[in-house]
Design a protein around this ligand. Structure first.
Ligand code: ATP
Ligand code: I3P
Length: 427
């Protein structure tokens, strides 16, 4: 393809924001940003490297990187030209206050919210894009970054850049997507497993299905609920791509997030010290009814019993025998301790309505056998999944549909469907 000068995004119908520091920009670079912590360089002004970043340029490792602002937003350092300004222009165009283009308004739903730019008062020329943290509402976010499209270099890339990108994953054209990195919550051990870019590059046509499935496996069961919800989100994005012919995306990603903590835990009332004490007594001896009643466990018994299957399936080694563990308390305690340990180094569980399954029934869950009660999150369309488009350093105006991205999306959907089918056949 002959190379011409790249077109910049046309701002018609979507005036660029006049000011980078928007009023709706929470905690933008002001004196309120909070004092720098002892461990962080003063110029970061309380911001820290993004702890749950799964791919991309890393702060302190690469020349540019991603930070987390104390207000919870993500700060993506503007990359050197032309990439950084191009990405900034893209966000400004899509989120312009006077944007009236239905296509761009629709696109907003598939992106992290953009809050303008941020810079530290100490380094006002070093700009960051201030973005919504897509993972923020999750307790144990499982996160995967997937690069989409048949080509991960843009039409204006040098020969060297093309060759570098093709070398990294020669199957990009055929497969249409590449897992750049992920972290998956292991519910048995209450820890995260991380996978870097080499994991995705090692996946070929015949292994891509199992490779992708790993993101949805929590060590005990396949999270079919999360797969279904992801499919539903991807279909909406595909619908957007079919509806538009003004933008083309190269080397752009989809960020997948689902809740790793089973909803049974989220919807269960917090375990109090008194309950723990009583439960230990019950487990040590045969558990006098008097003790149980004294602690008000009689009322809770049914609830715990309802969750017994959930708790037991979390730890394959635990007994489902109601004679030795009448209330499923052993399992309950086991989970609570593991979770407590995880919570002490991670964020505490957020117990609010958003974290509850859409159907309001924490026991309506499926494992890989499709049985009820094992640590899933609910039905398809469940809000406990996010799929958002990120990384727009190579987005250009166009006058036709983005066939490369559409190809990758369709294939990704097919593979996810195959994972579901495979799970159904094995059951
Ligand atoms: N809005 C966001 N919310 C949560 N995490 C994010 C967000 N944006 C980026 N990340 C995290 O940062 C990583 C890298 O993001 P991004 O692709 O934008 O950076 P990049 O440096 O341009 O990447 P690359 O080197 O692939 O071009 C993502 O994989 C994700 O883990
Ligand atoms: O996956 P890896 O090994 O980290 O490789 C990077 C990845 O392909 C990025 O998408 C790319 O940035 P662009 O998409 O913006 O080109 C970057 O190019 P760079 O090295 O030129 O920054 C690569 O290094």
């Amino acid at each position: 393809m002959g190379r011409t000068e790249p077109k910049v995004l046309n701002m018609s119908g979507a005036k660029a924001m006049e000011s980078d520091k928007l009023d709706r920009n929470p905690g933008s670079g002001t004196a309120e940003d909070g004092a720098s912590t002892k461990d962080q360089p003063a110029h970061l002004n309380g911001c820290v490297p993004l702890s749950h970043q799964v791919a991309g340029h890393k702060f302190g490792v690469d020349k540019v990187g991603i930070l987390q602002h104390p207000d919870g937003t993500v700060l993506k350092q503007v990359q050197p030209p032309p990439r950084g300004p191009r990405e900034m222009q893209f966000y400004r165009t899509v989120f312009a206050e006077d944007c009236s283009d239905p296509c761009l308004l629709d696109l907003q739903n598939h992106l992290p919210k953009y809050y303008g730019t941020w810079s530290s008062p100490d380094s006002p020329t070093e700009l960051y894009l201030k973005l919504e943290d897509v993972t923020s509402r999750f307790n144990r976010p499982c996160i995967m970054d997937v690069k989409l499209g048949q080509r991960s270099y843009d039409p204006f890339a040098s020969q060297e850049k093309r060759e570098q990108q093709i070398r990294k994953y020669p199957l990009m054209e055929e497969i249409g997507f590449l897992i750049l990195g992920m972290r998956v919550y292991d519910a048995r051990r209450a820890t995260f497993d991380s996978y870097n870019q080499h994991y995705g590059r090692g996946l070929a046509k015949d292994t891509i299905r199992d490779g992708l499935a790993r993101f949805f496996h929590n060590g005990l069961c396949l999270r079919k609920d999360a797969i279904r919800a992801s499919i539903s989100r991807l279909q909406q994005i595909l619908h957007w791509f079919h509806s538009q012919n003004q933008l083309v995306f190269y080397a752009s990603s989809l960020l997948f997030v689902y809740e790793g903590l089973p909803s049974s835990f989220l919807s269960r009332p917090p375990v109090t010290d008194a309950m723990m004490k009583t439960a230990n007594l019950l487990l040590v001896g045969d558990g006098g009814k008097a003790i149980q009643e004294e602690a008000g466990l009689e009322n809770k018994k049914e609830e715990f019993n309802n969750n017994t299957a959930v708790a037991v399936s979390w730890d394959g080694g635990l007994s489902t025998n109601h004679r030795t563990d009448p209330c499923g308390l052993r399992a309950l305690l086991h989970i609570s301790r593991a979770e407590e340990m995880a919570a002490s180094v991670d964020r505490p569980p957020v117990l609010n309505d958003q974290n509850r399954p859409a159907n309001g029934n924490s026991n309506e869950e499926e494992d890989e056998e499709g049985r009820s009660g094992t640590g899933g999150q609910g039905s398809a369309g469940d809000p406990e999944v996010e799929v958002r488009m990120i990384d727009f350093a190579h987005v250009f105006p166009s006058d036709s549909q983005d066939q490369g991205y559409i190809y990758g999306l369709k294939h990704l959907l097919t593979v996810l469907e195959q994972i579901l089918c495979g799970a159904a056949q094995n059951s």
